[in-house]
Design a protein around this ligand. Structure first.
Ligand code: ZN
Ligand code: FE
Length: 255
């Protein structure tokens, strides 16, 4: 039986996600931004959480850790490199670690850049990835703790996942990302179509996530450092991939 996934908004623009394995009855919470919204989602689904999978130490991803641990006696998993900053952590993971959710295999991909220890969680069988604040729909996380080459390597790892991998992200930032993306890739017709769809979804107060790796590859400027039209638009035809990525990130910081 495939895993079931419940996505919901927490705080103002964070996503909460539950992943449920029906055969074992186990449920993972991907990050814990807000206790009340997570409790409501658990009530709605009838699932009992067995673990929290933490992507990074920022408060908007760990604030409900201790309250949920206290209530459900669940296990908290998170990156080895950030263990000192993740409340209630029981088990640390690094590149290549595997976490079992019942029979479902969850692989850890280290994706530093936004923070130095950020990890993403990948379920290869159902082809699902949780990329939190590394890869967003039409964007990527701000570089708080790392330089552009580090984030570029992380995004390359995610870009190499199968194109039909379904991607859940940490925030509903897609509309602002779309408006920015059009400024660096204005002639991309797939991007223009997607931006129109996103405007309509947000006008109806609907989420723009999840996305897919394939959709990001064709429209997300932060994965399109090789694209001739973007390079030409930026006047960077001869620059390295990392230089193009860094320039796009810098422009977004000032957008
Ligand atoms: Zn963050
Ligand atoms: Fe965040």
């Amino acid at each position: 039986m495939p895993v079931e996934i419940e996505q919901f908004i927490c705080r103002s623009d964070n996503f909460g996600v539950l992943v449920h394995d029906p055969s074992s009855g186990q449920t993972a919470i991907i990050d814990a931004p807000e206790e009340a919204a997570i409790l409501a989602a658990l009530k709605r689904t009838g699932w009992t959480p067995t673990m929290i999978l933490t992507t990074h130490h920022h408060l908007d991803h760990v604030e409900a850790n201790l309250a949920l641990k206290d209530r459900f006696k669940l296990k908290i998993v998170g990156p080895e490199a950030e263990k000192a900053r993740i409340p209630g952590i029981d088990q640390t993971v690094r590149q290549g670690s595997v976490v079992q959710l019942g029979a479902e295999r969850i692989e850890v991909i280290e994706t530093p850049g936004h923070t130095a220890g950020h990890v993403s969680y990948h379920l290869p069988a159902p082809k699902v990835a949780f990329t939190a604040d590394t890869l967003f729909a039409l964007g990527c996380g701000r570089l708080f703790e790392c330089k552009p080459p580090v984030m570029h390597e992380s995004l390359k790892k995610l870009a190499a996942l199968p194109a039909d991998t379904v991607v859940y992200c940490g925030h509903e930032y897609t509309l602002a990302n779309a408006r920015f993306a059009l400024t660096v890739d204005p002639t991309n017709s797939a991007l223009k179509e997607r931006a129109a769809r996103i405007e309509a979804l947000r006008a109806a107060d609907k989420p723009t996530l999840p996305t897919t790796i394939g959709e990001e590859l064709s429209t997300n400027p932060f994965l399109r450092w090789h694209d001739p039209a973007i390079r030409k638009h930026l006047g960077m035809e001869k620059a390295s991939d990392v230089e193009v990525f860094a320039e796009i990130r810098k422009r977004k910081d000032n957008f």
